[in-house]
Write a new protein. Structure first.
Ligand code: SF4
Length: 211
């Protein structure tokens, strides 16, 4: 729970980011730019994490640790479209393999089992879409791998990192909305599968906004 002054500062940051994002989208019309622009959000979160490390607060997150890759991840439409675009430009056999994994994931989620299946993009304990992974994955951090592995209710995290990442993520969503673009988040595997199965998904998303 944030104090009133922290909540007010967060809201002000969200609005600042939102205004910048809306202005950028306004100045650079077109679906290609609107999809690629979400990469700025990702780079911003990565920089926030890197700055924390420079301050001497190295997080416990390492390649090969996939403790948080069984949790639900939500993505904005631009993030799902960016992942789909990158996957389409890669090898066809890899794309087919991932389509099968995503369909299987949807089937398992539909079954509603007690244990959530790991992310469909997780391969040999590594993220197979690491350069395009969504903000929800990038901002996840912990100072204790042990706490993550034991699925502790409270993970040791840095409030400053969390707030900076939240401001970027929610501010970006606000900017897209102010530009008229749908920013409704969806579960990661469902959103990417939908974007991969519909060749017109990106152009429809953008056209709906400017109609
Ligand atoms: S997209 Fe990558 S980092 Fe995110 S949950 Fe899936 S495997 Fe993990």
């Amino acid at each position: 729970m944030l104090h009133a002054d922290e909540a007010a500062a967060l809201q002000a940051s969200i609005e600042r980011v939102g205004a910048r994002v809306a202005a950028e989208l306004q100045a650079n019309p077109g679906v290609a730019y609107a999809v690629a622009f979400v990469g700025n959000l990702h780079r911003g979160i990565d920089q926030t994490m890197a700055q924390a490390a420079l301050r001497g607060e190295p997080v416990a997150c390492r390649a090969g640790c996939a403790s948080c890759c069984s949790l639900r991840v939500e993505v904005a439409p631009a993030e799902a479209l960016l992942i789909a675009q990158q996957l389409r430009s890669g090898p066809a056999d890899r794309l087919e393999q991932l389509l099968q994994a995503l369909r299987q994931q949807q089937f398992l989620l539909g079954q509603g089992g007690a244990v959530r299946p790991p992310c469909a993009f997780l391969q040999d304990a590594l993220c197979s879409i690491y350069p395009w992974r969504p903000a929800g994955c990038r901002k996840a951090h912990s100072f204790s791998a042990t706490a993550c592995q034991s699925a502790a209710a409270e993970l040791p995290q840095d409030l400053a990192i969390t707030l900076a990442a939240e401001a970027l993520q929610r501010g970006t969503a606000l900017g897209y909305r102010q530009h008229g673009l749908d920013g409704a988040v969806q579960e990661l595997s469902a959103a990417v599968l939908q974007a991969l199965e519909d060749d017109m998904a990106a152009s429809r998303w953008y056209a709906d906004a400017i109609d």
